[in-house]
Design a protein around this ligand. Structure first.
Ligand code: FEO
Length: 160
């Protein structure tokens, strides 16, 4: 299929050994078990974030007005804040030792998105492929590296 914005799609996924691949397509970004942190409620929140990014992708692809993309960027930042708070509450309640470091990463991530929003609203930057790729990588790298660290601890403490 033609890809006029030249987005790099997610790399082909290999089924996990011994498991049936459970895949859920959410627009151009696809959530699958590679992104599972083992905690169902947090996986669901991550899927919402994927969904908002896909809305942004669609808006950009359709060349929608700045007011639409600006609204979606704010929606992404708002939901991200709620999600980070939810994750931190679970880490706090279960006594996860990596909480402080994880919280610092959250602060850094949200700050970077907020800076993008300020520049976007000023008209310094447009919603571009580069910005979109930054947001996509920002989310997927954090989930796959940092979030996965709390999975075994939280599930071992009855958090689902
Ligand atoms: Fe799912 Fe640490 O954010």
């Amino acid at each position: 299929m033609e890809n006029p914005l030249n987005f790099s799609a997610s790399p082909p996924m290999t089924p996990l050994p011994g498991k049936r691949r459970k895949e859920e397509t959410v627009g151009f970004m696809t959530w699958d078990e590679r992104f599972s942190v083992g905690v169902k409620t947090l996986d669901e929140e991550h899927k919402v974030l994927f969904g908002i990014l896909n809305e942004l992708y669609d808006a950009m692809k359709r060349g929608q007005a700045q007011v639409v993309t600006g609204h979606l960027l704010k929606k992404l930042a708002d939901y991200t804040r709620r999600h980070f708070a939810s994750e931190e509450a679970k880490m706090t309640a279960s006594g996860f030792a990596g909480l402080a470091e994880h919280r610092d990463k959250h602060r850094d991530l949200i700050q970077r998105v907020e800076q993008f929003i300020v520049r976007f609203e000023r008209g310094d930057i447009m919603l571009s492929v580069d910005l979109f790729n930054f947001l996509r990588d920002w989310l997927t790298t954090h989930i796959q590296k940092t979030d996965k660290e709390y999975g075994p601890w939280l599930t071992g403490h009855g958090v689902h």
